[in-house]
Design a protein around this ligand. Structure first.
Ligand code: DAH
Length: 369
């Protein structure tokens, strides 16, 4: 039998001089593991006469407790040491200047979102949000597009089975939203007029070529209040496009159109000049469609819980990717989503170019890029 005092001294010494957690654990296993020295001594107790067994058992327990305490204490010391070493290895000097070659870029789509929010923000609009995975009520039905409505086919919809334990059911399936218009309904459900929101978001349709990608970006707009007329719509959107394209005398026109959720509906065109090689926004002989809009259909107000006899409103929908292509002269939409660093470096924006109406919207002279 080993001398217990010597054993305790020896082990405590080893524990306190352990330099890392692995070493400490080796000491623990060596003394208290399955075949550890203390464990073996405990096993040996069974063969002793009762009195000796009790006396030695007590002493062994005292030693064991001491050792356990010492291990726990040293463990904390070593853990703290390991953490401090890790932290000091990961120190970042935040006072270092940014190296331009590693500085990230703001994607043109994000930049356009910021610009649109800056313009509408100054007109008193708030930013609203809705889910990418949407139910058919919000994406279609409440927007005056019931199940058999032909416009539902117009928007090649991605359906999702909302209950994998059952076979796919077209009636209850969710969709990944085909438009941000559902956020109109979600906003009305939460809030009574006056409402003045824009809602940026990703939208999805089964489509893919140089000007269509299965995921794209929209901004929805909604204004509801008493005595809102088409004149408000026209004035608001005219101010928007002038500010957005940074052209004061930008020609615009509204053409009658059809959307199920607005009546009357219109599309807004801006003046431009198309040559063989260039498309120049501003005065010219051509027109370019840039958004859809209209007076909110009474059925939509009703679906959102708002009384159409008391309130009216207008709505609009913008395709953000197209705006980015137009404003920043980017020819192929598909390149937006390729994450090519060279592309981002060329078309992206530095994070410090913050869009504001007073400080400058695009910070680069608008179309002069
Ligand atoms: N949701 C339409 C689309 O995706 C765009 C749109 C048109 C939205 C007219 C509107 C609107 O709010 O009034 O094609």
């Amino acid at each position: 039998m080993e001398n217990l005092d010597d054993l305790q001294k020896e082990i405590l010494g080893k524990i306190n001089s352990a330099d890392n957690l692995k070493e400490l654990d080796d000491v623990r296993v060596n003394i208290m593991g399955k075949k550890g020295r203390l464990t073996e001594m405990m096993k040996g107790l069974g063969a002793l006469p009762l009195e000796e067994k009790i006396a030695l058992g007590k002493s062994l327990n005292v030693v064991k407790n001491e050792i356990e305490k010492a291990i726990e204490k040293q463990k904390q010391v070593l853990e703290e040491k390991a953490l401090n070493e890790k932290l000091s290895g990961e120190t970042v000097d935040v006072t270092l200047p940014v190296r331009p070659e590693v500085q990230g870029r703001i994607h043109p789509v994000s930049k356009i979102y910021e610009e649109v929010a800056a313009i509408f923000g100054q007109m008193g609009f708030e930013v609203a949000e809705g889910p990418d995975i949407e139910d058919q009520f919000h994406n279609f039905n409440a927007l005056n597009m019931p199940a058999n409505h032909p416009a539902r086919q117009m928007q090649d919809t991605f359906y999702l089975n909302n209950d994998p334990s059952k076979p796919f059911d077209m009636d209850t399936a969710y969709v990944i939203r085909t438009q941000t218009s559902g956020i109109q309904i979600r906003t009305m459900e939460k809030q009574q007029p006056p409402i003045r929101i824009i809602a940026p978001g990703r939208t999805y349709r089964s489509d893919y070529d140089a000007t269509h990608t299965p995921m794209f970006h929209q901004v929805e707009g909604l204004v509801i209040d008493k005595n809102i007329t088409m004149a408000h719509l026209k004035g608001c959107l005219y101010d928007f496009v002038k500010a957005f394209f940074e052209i004061d005398d930008l020609p615009v026109r509204y053409r009658p159109s059809y959307f199920p959720f607005t009546e009357p509906s219109a599309e807004m065109d801006i003046g431009c000049l198309k040559t063989k090689t260039e498309l120049k926004v501003g005065a010219g002989t051509d027109w370019l469609e840039i958004l859809g809009c209209g007076m909110v259909h009474p059925n939509v107000l009703r679906a959102g819980g708002i009384n159409p006899d008391e309130y009216q409103g207008f709505a609009f929908g913008l395709g953000i990717d197209r705006l980015a292509m137009l404003k920043y002269g980017i020819p192929d939409l598909r390149t937006f989503f390729e994450s090519d660093v060279r592309w981002l470096k060329h078309y992206g924006f530095t994070p410090l170019d913050i869009s504001s109406m007073t400080g400058g919207l695009s910070n680069n002279g608008g179309l002069a890029r």
